[in-house]
Design a protein around this ligand. Structure first.
Ligand SMILES: CC(C)(COP(=O)(O)OP(=O)(O)OC[C@H]1O[C@@H](n2cnc3c(N)ncnc32)[C@H](O)[C@@H]1OP(=O)(O)O)[C@@H](O)C(=O)NCCC(=O)NCCS
Length: 185
């Protein structure tokens, strides 16, 4: 049986033109150590990898929305966990990690499209994150203020972004909150 997931062809990089493909699929128990390793490598510090481990053990974990990019091994990871806008359940996207030697070849984009598509299919209203608008704008993220959604910390305003999904309603507005493990990260 062929593997389950979406096969994508990457642009650029040494693999170009050699038929090398990357598979995007849900993370499984066998991926935990590799996810930890690439997250430490991508961020060049252990904080985000520890956060992913804590989230996995928390009530905020959404198994359908933790995805890996796989070549011969795991080369990228993304996840969405349960966050809130006031009392409304929404998605918190990140951390997003691509192994340094495979960055800028489309792996991060493939993971973003996959996880946003899955969140949309699940009927979620929106995904929120803290990140660089120059990167996330291409995936439909806009500053939260555009939708009257504000971050819990005022200094995050220039980096706090929201991507609307099909389940969005205008009443979903107010202050966004990450799951509790983010408070310790
Ligand atoms: C950010 C990250 C996930 C992007 O993954 P990637 O696989 O390299 O991304 P893609 O190949 O799909 O896209 C690369 C494009 O994004 C741009 N890009 C990457 N990081 C960017 C940033 N911080 N700001 C603006 N643009 C950025 C690149 O310039 C490139 O654009 P180009 O193709 O027009 O040259 C990856 O660089 C990474 O793991 N970084 C370290 C961890 C991190 O910062 N994670 C995100 C915060 S949670």
């Amino acid at each position: 049986m062929p593997p389950i997931g979406a096969v994508i062809q990457l642009r650029g990089g040494p693999a170009r033109g050699h038929g090398v493909a990357v598979l995007i699929r849900r993370e499984g128990p066998e991926d935990t150590a590799a996810i930890r390793e690439i997250t430490v490598a991508a961020f060049a510090r252990p904080v985000e990898a520890a956060l992913v481990d804590e989230l996995r053990d928390s009530e905020a974990w959404i198994p359908a929305l933790s995805m890996v990019a796989v070549e011969s091994g795991v080369i990228g990871h993304v996840l969405c966990t349960r966050g809130q806008v006031d009392d409304a359940p929404v998605l918190a996207l990140g951390p997003l990690s691509v192994r340094p030697d495979r960055q800028r070849t489309g792996v991060g984009s493939a993971l973003m499209h996959a996880v946003l598509g899955a969140g949309d299919a699940l009927g979620e209203p929106l995904a929120a994150l803290i990140g660089d608008p120059r990167y996330y704008g291409r995936f439909g993220f806009r500053l939260g203020g555009e939708y009257q959604i504000t971050p819990p910390v005022a200094e995050w305003l220039p980096h706090f972004q929201v991507r609307l999904l099909t389940g969005y309603r205008r009443e979903v507005r107010g202050t966004f909150r990450f799951a509790e493990p983010f408070d310790r990260a």
